[in-house]
Write a protein of this length. Structure first.
Length: 628
């Protein structure tokens, strides 16, 4: 009984001491099969940071996985997913939490396979240090370079270069030193502050927790002891206050608080704060943390604050110090890492999420892409999976931000595909573009409604889409004649006609097609604002651009008409002889032949022109869209 009491007391003392220790967040990264998971498993095992039942389970799983003799497959400690165990690679980001008498740790075991670079970025986004593993037999691989570059982009300053599998090269110092020298040359391209090189054998436990007798020529610390001594950048209480609002808290009729996590700085009861983007000012009335009132709260704390006055504050707004403003802009230069197998095209509309702020966004310019092997700057108009580039982006509204180098939380973002909701890229803001600071919306006295009243009808956009030869222009032309007879103000935007003037500089690549539709959408928006009924007849092959166009207009202002026809019928019509030229190879990137057409999923209208007469189509559109 007495021994149990003593044990409980010692545990309480240990836990109390742990609460005062700082936490080092680090990641392991590198190429496939460099031994990242094995390294972490060995560290946990040798430092006695796993339980007896875990060891028993680990021994059993090791035998099932085919490990020879009494050996243990330490990678199984962190390779939690069944798919990872079957393939022998890390797919997801595996987090492990442990502590010693000197420090607490959160380690992220990140994937080495190119397909899962996005997961590596997730782990790197919050890390203080990185262990970059290199297989001593192979030296620096493409993923070693890519992961090092990403670590630099994400602001990681401390690097442990762990040259693994030294046992397989007989612990030769010369081989080790060659890799160290190669990495130093590589690291000259990055912004690391400290690089510590350590020769290891994760499988055999050499230089993992204790020093290795098999490599007496190495005089440095083990991986574990190096991690214990890496300096953690302390949270500076003088940091500028940044409190993005995540939720307006109305738990009762007489309570209205604003909830979010402090991403930098601290907040005190009685502080005067500015609320952006409105530039309104108020005083902090109460601070609530975990249901209890607090006098002061600091970085990484989730809080609810109340103010001394009623203000219009919503999700995405940011509370800042009274003399510590953030910047607000809608155009940026940024570092961008493309994480989708679908190519990234200039002008295509996506969603951007920065903190709790959301907006529409387009990549307007790729200044250059990075060759990850030579770090040469390459020109490019499209982005492929794992491409890293310097890009310019344009948002459809202004957002609150800081440069990434000053504040990671306020300067990092993700891009989201509008149709699939998949994350397709991550980015870090370098700076806002100066031109965005000099452009303002000019307030005009005559607006769209007054123009519609003068014209005597509502304005809208009827968007005809379909293959070449489907009948888009024919239907649009016939509809305009009928509307003109009724005294309505109209205009047709036709694909061929536009390419004679406004878009004569564009070709027919995917990138050019995206830009073609972007320009047309902007023109159509101006015409609808002028009170005109616009009829747009364009192949517009991609759903993303048609959805982008739709999102530019108010509800019921945009109607999509799918002019459907089998390609065989379209080819038979072929009034311009285009299909024949495309089949013979005289025309490249022709929709339906060597360039895809994405059929609308839920258009307002679908007309099969091989079955319906033009007059019938016109009558239906007149009745349903223009009966007023």
């Amino acid at each position: 009984m007495q021994s149990q009491v003593s044990k409980n007391i010692s545990i309480k003392k240990f836990l109390k001491k742990q609460s005062s220790l700082k936490t080092l967040r680090f990641i392991t990264c590198g190429s496939v099969d460099d031994g990242k998971s094995t390294l972490i498993g060995r560290m946990l095992f040798e430092s006695q940071l796993i339980f007896d039942d875990q060891i028993i389970s680990l021994e059993s799983d090791s035998k099932k996985s085919g490990t020879q003799g009494d050996d243990i497959d330490f990678a199984l400690l962190v390779d939690g997913l069944a798919a990872e165990r079957e393939q022998g690679i890390t797919i997801d980001v595996a987090y492990r939490y442990f502590a010693t008498e000197k420090r607490k740790f959160i380690v992220a075991d990140t994937p080495g396979h190119e397909q899962y670079t996005r997961n590596m970025i997730t782990g790197a986004s919050t890390a203080d240090a990185a262990i970059i593993l290199v297989d001593a037999r192979h030296g620096l691989m493409t993923q070693t370079k890519r992961h090092s570059y990403i670590c630099s982009l994400m602001g990681i300053k401390n690097i442990i270069l762990a040259i693994n599998k030294m046992d397989l090269i007989h612990y030769k110092e010369t081989e080790y030193q060659k890799i160290v020298d190669d990495y130093k040359k590589l690291a000259s391209n990055f912004d690391f502050e400290k690089i510590i090189s350590i020769p290891i054998s994760a499988l055999n436990g050499e230089n993992i927790v204790n020093g290795s007798k098999k490599m007496p020529w190495y005089k440095g610390k083990s991986v574990f002891k190096t991690l214990e001594t890496i300096k953690i950048k302390s949270s500076d209480i003088q940091e500028k206050l940044r409190l993005p609002i995540q939720w307006v808290n109305r738990t009762s009729s007489d309570f209205r608080g604003f909830s979010g996590s402090i991403v930098s700085g601290k907040i005190k009861k009685g502080d005067v704060v500015n609320i952006l983007p409105h530039w309104t000012q108020a005083k902090i009335k109460e601070i609530i943390v975990s249901g209890k009132k607090s006098q002061v709260s600091s970085k990484n704390t989730a809080v609810t604050v109340t103010l001394d006055k009623e203000l219009d504050i919503s999700r995405g707004d940011v509370l800042v110090g009274s003399n510590e403003p953030c910047e607000i802009s809608n155009q940026f230069q940024c570092n961008l890492v493309w994480m989708s197998s679908t190519p990234g095209l200039l002008g295509r509309s996506h969603l951007i999420k920065i903190g709790h702020q959301m907006a529409g966004v387009q990549i307007t310019n790729i200044k250059y892409k990075i060759n990850i092997n030579s770090f040469e700057k390459l020109p490019g108009k499209t982005l492929e999976l794992n491409d890293i580039c310097i890009a310019e982006i344009n948002l459809d509204k202004k957002i609150i931000f800081e440069e990434y180098i000053k504040n990671k939380s306020m300067g990092s973002f993700i891009l989201i595909d509008r149709l699939t909701n998949q994350t397709i890229a991550v980015g870090m803001i370098n700076f806002s573009l100066r031109r965005s600071q000099n452009i303002y919306n000019q307030k005009l006295d005559v607006n769209k409604i007054s123009r519609q009243v003068l014209n005597g009808h509502k304005s809208k956009l009827i968007w005809f889409t379909g293959l070449s030869g489907s009948g888009k222009s024919t239907i649009a032309n016939a509809l305009e004649k009928r509307l003109h007879e009724q005294g309505k103000r109209t205009y047709i935007l036709d694909g061929d006609n536009i390419r004679h003037g406004l878009n004569k500089d564009l070709g027919f690549t995917d990138t050019d097609r995206v830009e073609n539709i972007r320009r047309i959408s902007e023109v159509a928006k101006l015409m609808v604002d002028a009170g005109i009924i616009v009829l747009a007849a364009f192949i517009s092959p991609f759903r993303a651009e048609r959805e982008m166009a739709r999102n530019m207009f108010e509800k019921d202002e945009f109607k999509e008409v799918f002019v459907d026809v089998p390609i065989k019928i379209a080819e038979k019509r072929d009034p311009k002889g285009l299909y024949k030229k495309a089949r013979s190879g005289q025309i490249k990137n022709f929709t339906g032949i060597d360039s895809s057409y994405e059929k609308p999923i839920s258009p307002e209208y679908t007309f099969n022109t091989d079955k319906l007469k033009v007059d019938k189509i016109i009558e239906e559109l007149l009745i349903k869209e223009f009966k007023d």
